[in-house]
Write a protein that binds this ligand. Structure first.
Ligand code: ARG
Length: 458
């Protein structure tokens, strides 16, 4: 018998039962559902809507049901649709009429909103922890590589020298913003919807404030129609996760490039690499590729949710049941990606020599040569032109800028003197860029320490 069967003369078809059932995926909300129901009935008793003894019996039985679910003793029933009605039906089977009072002054519409918000809040905290752990790993890598010189790229063409520390700290900044977005999303998820009922609140003298306090929410939702039809917090979470995945994916792309023979900047640990079934020599960066690939899947979740919501009239519509698989999949995917990513980057070997060797080609000190001229009084545009010619000359003569003789330098501009050689060493190119946010070790070391401190205050 359906909990809502009263107005029907026929039961649903088997096809309908299986089509609209969500128990296969929403059963993961059982703890939130039980916690929410307990707060609700305790409040009903405190308001004199049901008896204290009834509330106690319901709560005791709900806790028993919870441990039975945890121990795998419960077989959920597809016909009971979702986790909310499965638990309520089991409760009624166990304690009869008293169990039927649980749903007083409540609807599945505010109930599911509550469960999802509680779940999303918890998961945001867990994702934030994983992000924090990756940030700590990035700081450790940075601390050990303040003097690991490597080319910085634009257009994937060698541009100017930077350090490995500077490069990975760019990702630290991205993750810092990701964390901020997650926290932001948490604050907007933290509003308690119970009491909204189906859409128009309830006539029972409930106390929403009491429920809010019991469940640890900061605020109450303030419009019952919005409360049951709002899925912004799901979209915001998935959106924050999409941006986060985009960052991981960019780093993974660089890892994939850096592990090639052509680059050889890093080597991934065996524990995070795979071989080929045919080519014995292969060591492939599959983990990085999978994270890059799963980014598409997370974006898919975002597109799916936005599209599901875009034409829904107020208030609840069953379409919204489609939120769950997307949100759950995104959360599972992002958590798995973050922890694999953390393991992969914390164990990778950085080949400092190859990074340095890579700086010998590509004229990465050309800007510094131009700046040397400008500091001697030549307008920058002219310096640019002179060094441009120099690079052309060097390419034709297969020389690096620093390999030119002073005579050759002087042919391009008589202003050149011996001090040009020092000014265009990789070390000077990097260490003189001690602007706030730049790659110089003097700045980097302090900034990394500052970030360490900030993380530990978190
Ligand atoms: N399983 C439903 C969902 O996830 C719960 C709410 C159902 N409400 C309703 N009026 N049918 O959205």
């Amino acid at each position: 018998m359906k909990l809502w069967g009263g107005r029907f003369t026929q039961s649903t078809s088997a096809a309908t039962d299986s089509f609209h059932s969500s128990i296969s995926f929403d059963q993961r909300l059982f703890r939130q559902d039980i916690q929410g129901s307990m707060a609700h009935v305790e409040m009903l008793a405190e308001q004199g809507i049901i008896l204290h003894d009834e509330s106690k019996l319901i709560c005791k039985t709900l806790l028993e049901i919870q441990s039975d679910i945890e121990e795998g003793k419960i077989v959920f029933d597809e016909k009971a649709e979702d986790i909310h009605m499965n638990i309520e039906s089991i409760l009624i089977q166990r304690i009869g009429d008293v169990g039927k009072k649980l749903h007083t002054g409540r609807s599945r519409n505010d109930q599911v909103a509550l469960d999802m918000k509680m779940y999303v809040k918890q998961e945001i905290l867990e994702i934030e922890q994983l992000v924090l752990s990756v940030q700590e790993t990035l700081l450790s890598i940075a601390e050990n590589n303040v003097k690991t010189y490597m080319p910085g790229f634009t257009h994937l063409q060698k541009a100017q020298p930077v350090t490995f520390a500077h490069h990975v700290m760019a990702y630290f900044e991205m993750l810092k913003r990701d964390s901020g977005r997650l926290r932001d999303c948490y604050s907007r998820t933290d509003t308690m919807p119970l009491g909204a009922g189906a859409l128009a609140g309830t006539t029972y003298p409930i106390n929403r404030e009491l429920v809010r306090e019991k469940l640890g929410f900061s605020e109450l939702t303030r419009n019952s129609m919005d409360a049951v039809s709002d899925r912004d917090y799901c979209i915001e979470l998935v959106s924050a996760c999409s941006i986060l995945m985009m960052h991981l994916s960019r780093f993974c792309e660089e890892i994939i490039i850096w592990t090639t023979n052509e680059f050889g900047y890093i080597e991934l640990d065996d524990r995070f690499s795979t071989g080929s079934s045919i080519m014995p020599q292969k060591k492939n960066p599959d983990m990085a590729e999978l994270i890059r690939g799963k980014t598409g899947r997370v974006y898919g979740g975002l597109m799916g949710l936005l599209t599901t919501m875009k034409s829904l009239p107020l208030s609840y519509n069953k379409d919204m049941q489609e939120d769950k698989e997307a949100v759950f999949d995104v959360i599972d995917t992002v958590k798995a990606c973050l922890s694999i990513f953390d393991g992969m980057i914390s164990t990778m070997k950085i080949n400092k020599e190859n990074c340095l060797k890579s700086l010998q080609t590509g004229f990465v000190n050309a800007t510094d040569a131009a700046d040397w001229l400008t500091k001697k009084g030549i307008p920058f545009r002219d310096s640019h032109e002179i060094i441009g010619k120099m690079v052309l000359y060097c390419s034709q003569h297969k020389k690096a800028i620093e390999e030119l003789t002073l005579e050759e330098f002087k042919q391009l501009s008589p202003i050149f003197d011996e001090s040009i050689y020092e000014a265009i060493t990789i070390e000077c190119c990097v260490e003189n860029r001690n602007v706030i946010g730049g790659p110089a070790g003097s700045y980097m070391t302090n900034y990394i320490a500052e970030c360490r401190q900030a993380l530990s205050n978190n």
